[in-house]
Design a protein around this ligand. Structure first.
Ligand SMILES: Nc1nc2c(ncn2[C@@H]2O[C@H](COP(=O)(O)OP(=O)(O)OP(=O)(O)O)[C@@H](O)[C@H]2O)c(=O)[nH]1
Ligand SMILES: [Mg+2]
Length: 336
């Protein structure tokens, strides 16, 4: 499942500093030679790919990225300081295009990969460079070059980290809406979701992961029943599967049975799906009056299946924070 995120940014490299016009004025050399130093180079705008970032979200808030200008040259052949490069982190999977021409400037496929997106201007030359035997006191220097500037488009094609699987009506869409920035349609009948929804779950420290809500699965899905198995293709590349099970008093089926059926359907589609790290989410606890039943269920999942269990209400928000951090922990402990 691909989640395309897009931002348009203006990048401007630093201008080169101007070269200086200056002459040596020393006590015993009243007519010293030309001594204007060169200007410093403008800073580059450099993008670096990182695997610790999963969205372009934070770049949406800083549309103008500028590197520092170089400083002008000084007297006594003093070279101006170079402008600092501006380093911008982007997630692995980001493609950078020139906004005007559509030309691909960089395609970040590896962690740590770097590319100069706008090159800093060269510094101008001070007049010390222009002295010749016949022109001993040149009164000119050159200006620094302008830094490159352009509008670029960043596109990120990322894959969902967590796939939500469950029977229709289990509350998957309600859950993704509570957990992330998604706005999935919710309704009190099965097969509401017909296309996958994606949502980004973000944290204060800029860590984030992507969750996918796929259409509900039913028995026989692997043979095309219900909305079929086409959507399972989308969760093949997710890292973790979360089984969403309805535990309310008005549930359609026993949660353990639901879990077994879902696993069977996934397994018939691809054995690899069953090898992914998994968690169980017992949903609709706000409408579950039998606490013993819930406790037992949790115990079975913990002990028989050795799976972490989260008890939540996607409707009221109960347990959602715990789930949010719990999924992060699972992802972090399974990250390669
Ligand atoms: N009481 C209660 N109802 C919930 C909870 N979560 C979801 N629901 C309700 O369950 C119904 C189905 O919710 P959806 O989020 O559409 O379920 P879904 O799993 O996405 O369903 P499909 O898209 O059809 O597969 C809606 O009426 C929701 O309001 C919950 O935690 N508590
Ligand atoms: Mg849905």
């Amino acid at each position: 499942m691909e989640f395309v995120d897009k931002v348009k940014l203006y990048v401007k490299a630093g201008d080169g500093g101007d070269g200086a016009v200056a002459f040596l004025r020393e006590k015993f050399r009243p007519r010293g030679g030309p001594a204007g130093g060169d200007g410093g180079k403008g800073g580059d705008v450099i993008f670096v790919a990182t695997k610790n970032k999963h969205t372009l979200y934070d770049l949406k808030f800083q549309k103008h990225l500028k590197a520092e200008n170089g400083k002008p040259g000084g007297g006594k052949k003093k070279q101006g300081r170079n402008g600092k490069d501006l380093i911008v982190e982007v997630p692995v999977g980001t493609v950078v295009k020139d906004a005007k021409t559509g030309e691909i400037i960089a395609d970040f496929t590896k962690d740590g990969q770097k590319a100069v997106i706008a090159k800093g201007g060269k510094g101008g030359l001070g007049n010390a460079h222009f002295a010749t035997p016949t022109r001993r006191a040149p009164r000119f220097a050159t200006k620094g070059q302008k830094g490159e500037e352009r509008w670029v488009i960043l596109e990120l094609k990322s894959i969902a980290d967590i796939g939500l699987v469950g029977f229709p009506n289990a509350g998957k869409s309600t859950l993704i809406n509570k957990l992330s920035n998604a706005k999935a349609e919710v309704a009190p009948y099965p097969f509401t979701t017909t296309k996958p929804n994606l949502g980004v779950v973000s944290f204060n420290d800029f860590y984030s992961y992507v969750v996918a809500d796929i259409p509900g699965l039913i028995e026989g899905a692997h043979k095309g029943k219900g909305l079929g198995h086409e959507f399972l293709r989308h969760i093949e590349r997710t890292k973790v599967l979360a089984y969403i099970l309805d535990v309310s008093d008005f549930r359609d089926r026993d949660p353990l049975e639901a879990f077994e059926t879902l696993r069977k359907e996934l397994g018939k589609y691809s054995k690899d799906l069953l090898k992914k790290p998994q968690v169980v989410v017992l949903n609709k606890i706000d409408a579950a009056s039998d606490k013993n039943f819930l406790e037992n269920l949790e115990k079975v999942f913990n002990e028989k299946y050795n799976l972490p269990v989260f008890k939540v209400s996607a409707l009221t928000g109960e347990g959602i924070e715990k789930l949010k951090y719990g999924l992060r922990k699972v992802l972090e402990s399974n990250s390669l």
